[in-house]
Design a protein around this ligand. Structure first.
Ligand code: G3P
Ligand code: CA
Length: 268
């Protein structure tokens, strides 16, 4: 496996701005993504949903309820309807100590808008969310990434990484373009354990795994990395946890505070 961290001589861990610098600004807004880059995140993490009229947008939830003050399923709303929503003001209400008038009225961005603004100078860690709800989302994603010239054999390996909890979604992407590095997200309700056969299956299509940081142990990390898979725990916001995970040998991690992770990495 070509190692994505080879860019850094395998010295520097990979800093992924989770939903942008979402500890500081409203998640999945261009503002949060910009801040992630300013705060030295290596990757912008994008969760994808698909509108009723087939546009890929950056939003974590299948509904608009949590982050717009309105109610509804993304799959039942057109892009035009979604574009009228205020995806920033909820943050001011939830985190008054971090509020800013700049966040009021921020729009939900489309994937194209994110790439127009940040590609090709940024790196993207893109998640296909609820792919079973959005038939064809993988094809649309690959088409857009090709259109923006962000994937393909001529591209630097790892500028775009695609992640999903769905094995089917990742296998679909792998079938369409084997050159895209894929990360299998895993859910554990207890300390994580992985068998040799599970590792072998993942290695058929993916280059890494992602899992909740509280589930990982040194033994798990060792087993996964010995097999050649990278490992990206999520979502790590406290410096002590960041330090511990780096000591244990993770490849990188998702954080709402890329500034904190950068400080931890720089101080080592
Ligand atoms: O993609 C890694 C992590 O973001 C998965 O959890 O729910 O924040 O998308 P979630
Ligand atoms: Ca995600």
């Amino acid at each position: 496996i070509a190692d994505i961290s080879s860019d850094y001589g395998q010295v520097k861990a990979i800093n992924i701005s989770h939903r942008g610098a979402s500890g500081h600004a409203p998640e999945h807004t261009l503002h949060a993504y910009e801040l992630g880059n300013v705060m030295k995140g290596d990757y912008i993490e994008i969760d994808l949903q698909m509108t009723k009229d087939g546009e890929l947008i950056a939003l974590h939830d299948e509904t608009i309820d949590r982050t717009t003050g309105k109610k509804g399923l993304v799959k039942n709303l057109t892009l035009k309807e979604l574009k009228k929503l205020d995806a920033g003001s909820w943050f001011n209400e939830a985190f008054p100590e971090k509020k800013s008038t700049e966040y009021m009225g921020l729009q939900i961005p489309t994937l194209r808008e994110v790439l127009d603004r940040f590609g090709p100078d940024s790196k993207f860690f893109i998640e296909t969310k609820s792919p079973e709800v959005y038939p064809g989302m993988e094809e649309k994603l690959i088409n857009i990434l090709n259109e923006y010239n962000l994937i393909g054999a001529h591209q630097t390996f790892g500028n775009v990484i695609i992640q999903s909890f769905s094995i089917e979604s990742l296998r679909k992407v792998h079938q369409m373009d084997e050159s895209i590095p894929l990360v299998q997200l895993l859910s554990y309700y207890a300390p994580a354990v992985i068998t040799d056969s599970e590792v072998s299956k993942i290695l058929e299509y993916a280059v890494g795994v992602g899992l909740h940081y509280t589930a990982v142990s040194p033994g798990y990390i060792q087993k996964v990395t010995d097999s050649g898979l990278m490992i990206f725990p999520y979502t790590v916001n406290e410096k002590d946890d960041m330090k511990m995970l780096l000591d244990w040998g993770v490849t990188g991690m998702f954080t709402n505070y890329p500034d904190r992770l950068d400080e931890v990495i720089q101080s080592r």
